[in-house]
Design a protein around this ligand. Structure first.
Ligand code: ZN
Length: 297
């Protein structure tokens, strides 16, 4: 397992890992399909011309994006999901041609990609999900909330800032495309918090990381055997947004000042927990993890 950017067990600060998940907790990464888009959405200066290259033909770099959910089998709190992917079969028609032209679906013949099937293939039932933690409410991370319409037994945990921003972004049309109303259903059992850091369940802690969106939260899980895993969602979309100083995001950046400070917090948390960090869409990281483990415990 790659921990290339951790500093090793000697850097662990005990208070940073004091909220430990109970024995028997299992954490699965379940793949929910792939997108492809121009690299300029993710990296500042990608695919731009320079004076010295302005007359050269440019082949635009494109990036493959892995979409996934994190399924947590928690002995005390039941089945928990961290983010839920783009939605039910047919979600592309809800995104529309313009969005799909920018973020096209690839590798779409894999019948294991719908959320309910992915959960079933891991040995669980979507009807038994009790809690959903939403890192941020963009279409490719929260569209799957449409599976839970009418499910008053499922609590959807999200930072207050993110929920307000998503509803505002849809209502004013200022963020249409990043958020859509097919899954932001006000009848869902929403539960918000507004702290910087919340120990949300035993072993699970969320941290506010604004920048990509104003109310994005990353998830820290402290496991009895495998130690700490940090899921960053799109605070860091690819490993290039983190390694070697961290390339700034491109068009998907909303607030660089806040993003920089959130990254500083993530780096300290990474050091203080000796964590494995898993980025929002880094296909190679997810493939590497899944080659080595079916689940973490
Ligand atoms: Zn995303």
């Amino acid at each position: 397992m790659s921990k290339a950017y951790a500093e090793g067990p000697q850097s662990i600060i005990p208070a940073s890992i004091s909220n430990v998940a109970p024995e028997g907790t299992k954490v699965f990464i379940l793949k929910l399909g792939n997108l492809e888009a121009d690299a300029s959405y993710f990296f500042e200066h990608a695919n731009v011309s320079l004076k010295s290259t302005k007359d050269e033909a440019i082949v635009h770099e494109r990036k493959n994006l892995q979409m996934y959910t994190v399924l947590i089998d928690h002995p005390i709190s039941g089945l928990i999901l961290y983010e839920v992917g783009p939605g039910k079969i047919g979600w592309e028609s809800k995104w529309g041609a313009e969005i799909l032209d920018a973020y096209c679906r690839v590798n779409k013949d894999d019948e294991t990609q719908p959320l309910d099937i992915a959960i079933k293939n891991a040995g669980y039932d979507i009807n038994n999900v009790k809690h959903i933690i939403i890192g941020h409410l963009h279409i490719d991370h929260a569209g799957g909330l449409e599976y839970f319409k009418g499910r008053t037994d499922v609590t959807v945990w999200v930072h207050e800032i993110e929920l307000k921003h998503a509803v505002w972004g849809i209502a004013t049309k200022s963020e249409i495309g990043s958020y859509l109303n097919y899954y932001i259903d006000l009848d869902l059992n929403w539960s918000t918090f507004n702290e910087q850091k919340v120990d949300i369940f035993k072993g699970l802690t969320v941290h506010l990381c604004p920048g990509h969106t104003p109310g994005l939260i990353i998830l820290q899980i402290n496991l009895p055997s495998d130690g700490t895993i940090i899921f960053t969602t799109d605070h860091t979309i690819f490993k290039e947004n983190y390694e070697n100083g961290g390339c700034k995001q491109g068009f998907l950046m909303r607030d660089h000042y806040q993003w920089y400070n959130s990254t500083q917090m993530l780096r300290r948390l990474h050091r203080d927990t000796n964590a494995l960090v898993i980025f929002g869409h880094d296909t190679s990281t997810v493939e590497q993890v899944l080659e080595e483990k079916t689940y973490f415990n």
